[in-house]
Design a protein around this ligand. Structure first.
Ligand SMILES: CN1CCN(c2cc(NC3CC3)nc(N)n2)CC1
Length: 155
């Protein structure tokens, strides 16, 4: 069955990065970038832009795809394909929404202990401005049983 397409947007204003505390639904209680599902007929980048606006009230017109993360969950045949985007060029002020409470973090104080466990694997590549690709197997929602993350020339 086709992979589940998801988006993740991490905006930067060096030396800071914008994260949101997920207030409900999947990933509740964890800091993350902004994102969601890709609707039928929508490009992945358009979905990323839409979810960023819905979840943070920010408009970004020059999202760049920098990462591709594939997740397998033991016991579930559906692979999740998370397309990671970034930009340092966006309009508006980040606002709290029903989904997310935004906060700017210094890049050297990212709250990994309150984020998805895989983030610590690929954030270093992301913060160094590299493109990355990863395959991560989870058992439940907290334990990584296998992973492989690498820098790539192109996504
Ligand atoms: C709307 N999407 C949901 C998936 N998502 C994930 C997932 C993820 N790990 C996977 C084990 C869950 N890790 C980060 N950082 N983000 C991005 C936003």
């Amino acid at each position: 069955v086709a992979n589940k397409l998801l988006t993740l947007v991490l905006l930067r204003q060096a030396p800071r990065i914008l994260l949101g505390m997920k207030k409900r639904g999947f990933g509740v209680g964890r800091w993350n970038g902004f994102g969601g599902k890709v609707e039928p007929g929508e490009t992945i980048k358009a979905a990323a832009r839409r979810e960023l606006l819905e979840e943070s009230c920010l408009v970004c017109n020059d999202l760049k795809e920098v990462g591709l993360l594939k997740f397998e969950f033991l016991g579930n045949p559906q692979i999740w394909e998370v397309h990671v985007f970034t930009s340092n060029n966006f309009e508006g002020e980040a606002k709290e929404t029903e989904e997310m409470r935004p906060q700017w973090f210094e890049e050297k104080s990212i709250p990994f202990d309150q984020m998805w466990p895989d983030d610590i694997l690929w954030f270093p590549h992301f913060l160094n401005g590299k493109k990355f690709s990863g395959y991560i197997v989870f058992e439940g929602m907290d334990k990584m049983v296998k992973y492989d993350v690498e820098e790539v020339e192109s996504i």
